[in-house]
Design a protein around this ligand. Structure first.
Ligand code: AGP
Length: 614
C-alpha cells in the first residue's frame, strides 16, 4: 500500500505535499514523511503514526522550509519493518544527497541489501525501500545522471514499485517510475504533481498522465521527458481526469462510516436512475459489451475479488445462478493467482473492487485477460487500474468512500449484481415475465426499506451496548445470506477487533458448535424464505448449548421472542433481495460496538483502504 506524492514547480511545496498526503491517508497511516529541496541541501522530516504528527513535526520549521518549491512525500502502511520513525519514508543514501519515496514491495531486497552492503552501503532501516535508495545512488555515482541512474536501478529491482526520486545536485528535477503500482503525473502551468491517486492532485489540475509499467518520467517545471526501459523517448498520453475536487466532510456525523451507512438509500436510488425506469420495462445496462448471442450461450463465469467485494461476489454467484442458470465460481483473488485455473476465452471473468487498485485482484484480472476471457469490472473507481483492463466496465457510483470499512460500496456492488443478473436473465429469457416484473418492483422499493431501518437505530444501539464487551461473536445464516454473515463478521472484527466469524448455519454441528456456551453470542440472520425453518432449527440447537441468541429478521413469528435475547427487525423483503436489507443493521451493530469501545472507527489499526500489495 502506501501513498506517494511529489511536486516540482514554483510554488511553496510543503502544503501541496501535506494536502496531497491527507488525500492519500486511506492508503496507510503507520507513518509519514517529506523531503524538501532547499538551497544547498535536502531536508527530511518524518513522524510515526497519522499525518497530524508530521504536521506538528513541521510546524517549528515552517519559516525555514517555506521557500522550497520541490519535494516528495510518503504515507506508509508497513510491509517490511515495524511502523517506526526509522522505517518511515523518505529514505536516503548514506550521504543524504539522494532521497526517494516508494510504494510497493521490492521482492529481491535481501539480495540487493547484501550486494550493496558489500560495496560499503550502511543500512539504517529494516525496509525493502532503503535498498533502492542505495542502489539508485550507486548508479548515480557511475553515471552522474539521475534519470539514467533510476533507469539502470529499475532493471535490477524485482517486485512492485512506484518511485519518486530527487537528488541534491538537481535544483528542480524529480524522476519517477513504476511497475505494478499506481502512479500518475499531474500537469500544471510550469509545474508537475506526482501521486499514487487522483484525489492528491485533483485540486490543482485535471490534466494527467498515467505512467505505464517501466516508463520513466523526468520532471522539471516546464518539461516532462518520458522514456521506456531502454531509454527511448515515448509519446505522452495525456488525459483529462473525469473528477471534480470534493471536500470530504462528515456532514455532522461522528464518523465517515456512519455517514456512509446513511448514504446507502441514495446510492441505490442513483444506481437505478437510467437503468430501471419501471417494473415492466427492460433493464438498461449498456456498460456490458458482450454481444447478446455470446451472453445467451455463456456457460461459465468466474468472479474474483477480495474482502467485502468477495462477499458481494458470493451474493452475485447466487443471483446469477438463480436467475440465469449459468455456473459461477467465486474465488479470492489471492488464491486465484497462484494456481492453475481453468479460465479461457469462453469464460466471462468478473472482477469486483471498490478501489479498482487491489493488487491481488488486478493481477488475477490480468492473468484472465491474457487467457482471452472477456473482463467485466464492477468498481467504484472508473478511473482505476482495473477499469483500464476492463472490456466491460460497470461503475457502481457510490461516491468516495473514506472509512476503511466498506459499507455503501458493498450495497452498491450488490445492486450492480442485481442489475447484471436480471439483465442477463432478460436476454436469456430465463425468468418468467410476471416474476421479472415483481423482482423489479421489489428492487425499486429497496431504498425506502433501508431508509426505514436507518430512521430508528435504537434497538441496534441497545444490542451493541449489551455485547460490546464480548470477546467472540458468531454469525450464522444459510443460502443467499451466508455472505451476509461473513460480511457482518468482517465489519465487526475490522473495526472493533472482536473475534467474529460467519458460518453457514448447517456447518455449526460439524465443529463450531463445540465453542458455544453462555458467553458466546450467536447472531442468526433469519430472513423469511426457503431456508427460514432450517435456520430456525439451527438457532434452537445453538440455544440448547446456552449461547446468547440474537436474531436479525423480517419475520413476526411469535416463537422468536422465546428463542432470542435480542431481536433486530427489518422490513419485509423477497428472499433474493434480503442480503441488501440484512446487511444494514449488521453494519450499524459493528459501528456502534466499535464506537462504544472507543475504537478508531474510520482508520482501524493495521488496515488500509486500498491494498496495493500482494
Ligand atoms: C472491507 O471493509 C475491507 N476494508 C476490505 O476487505 C476490502 O473490501 C478489500 O480490501 C477489497 O478492496 P477493494 O474492494 O478495493 O478491492
Amino acid at each position: 500500500m502506501c501513498g506517494i506524492v511529489g511536486y516540482v514547480g514554483n510554488r511553496p511545496v510543503v502544503d501541496i505535499l501535506l494536502d496531497g498526503l491527507e488525500q492519500l491517508e486511506y492508503r496507510g497511516y503507520d507513518s509519514s514523511g517529506v523531503a524538501l529541496k532547499l538551497e544547498d541541501e535536502i531536508k527530511v522530516y518524518k513522524a510515526e503514526g497519522k499525518l497530524i504528527n508530521l504536521r506538528n513535526t513541521l510546524k517549528p520549521h515552517i519559516s525555514e522550509i517555506m521557500s522550497s518549491t520541490m519535494g516528495i512525500g510518503h504515507i506508509r502502511w508497513a510491509t517490511h519493518g515495524a511502523p517506526t520513525l526509522l522505517n518511515a519514508h523518505p529514505h536516503t543514501c548514506n550521504c543524504g544527497n539522494l532521497v526517494l519515496v516508494h510504494n510497493g514491495i521490492i521482492e529481491n531486497y535481501k539480495e540487493l541489501r547484501e550486494k550493496l552492503s558489500a560495496k560499503g552501503c550502511v543500512f539504517r532501516s529494516q525496509t525493502d525501500t532503503e535498498a533502492v535508495a542505495h542502489l539508485v545512488a550507486s548508479k548515480y555515482a557511475e553515471t552522474k545522471d539521475l534519470t539514467e541512474a533510476v533507469r539502470l536501478a529499475a532493471q535490477e529491482i524485482e517486485g512492485a514499485y512506484a518511485l519518486c526520486v530527487m537528488h541534491n545536485d538537481y535544483k528542480n528535477t524529480l524522476v519517477v517510475t513504476k511497475r505494478n503500482a499506481p502512479l500518475l503525473v499531474g500537469i500544471g502551468e510550469g509545474e508537475f504533481y506526482v501521486a499514487s491517486d487522483v484525489p492528491a492532485i485533483i485540486k490543482h489540475t485535471k490534466k494527467a498522465l498515467y505512467l505505464n509499467d517501466n516508463q520513466i518520467a523526468t520532471l522539471t517545471p516546464d518539461k516532462m521527458l518520458l522514456i521506456d526501459k531502454d531509454g527511448v523517448e515515448v509519446p505522452q498520453k495525456i488525459e483529462l481526469l473525469p473528477w471534480e475536487p470534493v471536500a470530504l466532510s462528515k456532514m455532522g456525523y461522528k464518523h465517515f462510516m456512519l455517514k456512509e451507512i446513511h448514504e446507502q438509500p441514495d446510492v441505490i436510488r442513483n444506481i437505478l436512475v437510467g437503468k430501471l425506469h419501471a417494473p415492466d420495462e427492460p433493464i438498461i445496462l449498456n456498460e456490458v459489451k458482450l454481444n447478446k448471442d455470446t451472453l445467451k450461450n455463456l456457460n461459465r463465469i468466474q468472479i474474483i475479488a477480495c474482502g467485502t467485494s468477495l462477499h458481494a461476489a458470493m451474493v452475485g454467484k447466487y443471483l446469477i445462478e438463480s436467475f440465469c442458470g449459468i455456473a459461477v465460481d467465486v474465488e479470492a483473488s489471492s488464491e486465484y493467482i497462484y494456481r492453475k485455473t481453468v479460465t479461457d476465452a469462453h469464460t466471462l471473468v468478473i472482477g469486483v473492487s471498490q478501489s479498482g487498485e487491489t493488487a491481488d485482484t488486478l493481477t488475477a484480472i490480468k492473468q484472465a485477460k491474457a487467457k482471452g476471457s472477456h473482463i467485466l469490472i464492477i468498481t467504484n473507481r472508473p478511473d482505476s487500474a482495473m477499469a483500464r483492463e476492463a472490456d466491460s466496465l460497470v461503475p457502481v457510483n457510490a461516491g468516495i468512500e473514506v472509512s476503511v470499512a466498506a459499507t455503501k460500496s458493498y450495497t452498491a456492488q450488490l445492486m450492480a449484481f442485481y442489475l447484471l443478473a436480471l439483465y442477463m436473465a432478460e436476454i436469456k429469457g430465463s425468468v418468467e415475465n410476471s416474476t421479472m416484473t415483481s423482482l423489479k418492483e421489489e428492487m425499486m422499493l429497496l431504498p425506502q426499506k433501508i431508509d426505514q431501518i436507518l430512521a430508528n437505530t435504537d434497538d441496534v444501539q441497545k444490542c451493541a451496548r449489551a455485547f460490546a464487551n464480548t470477546k467472540d461473536f458468531i454469525y450464522i445464516a444459510r443460502g443467499i445470506n451466508f455472505p451476509t454473515a461473513l460480511e457482518g463478521a468482517l465489519k465487526l472484527k475490522e473495526i472493533s477487533y472482536i473475534n467474529a466469524t460467519g458460518y453457514p448455519a448447517g456447518e455449526l454441528k460439524h465443529g463450531p458448535i463445540a465453542m458455544l456456551d453462555e458467553t458466546m453470542p450467536v447472531l442468526s440472520i433469519l430472513m423469511k424464505g426457503s431456508v427460514y425453518e432450517k435456520l430456525l432449527s439451527n438457532s434452537e440447537e445453538a440455544k440448547a448449548r446456552n449461547a446468547r441468541m440474537i436474531a436479525l429478521t423480517n419475520s413476526s413469528d411469535a416463537k422468536l421472542v422465546d428463542l432470542f435475547e435480542h431481536i433486530l427487525y427489518v422490513p419485509d423483503v423477497q428472499e433474493l433481495f434480503s442480503p441488501l436489507i440484512a446487511i444494514v443493521p449488521l453494519q450499524l451493530l459493528a459501528y456502534y460496538i466499535a464506537e462504544f469501545l472507543g475504537k478508531d472507527v474510520d482508520q482501524p489499526r493495521n488496515l488500509a483502504k486500498s491494498v496495493t500489495v500482494e
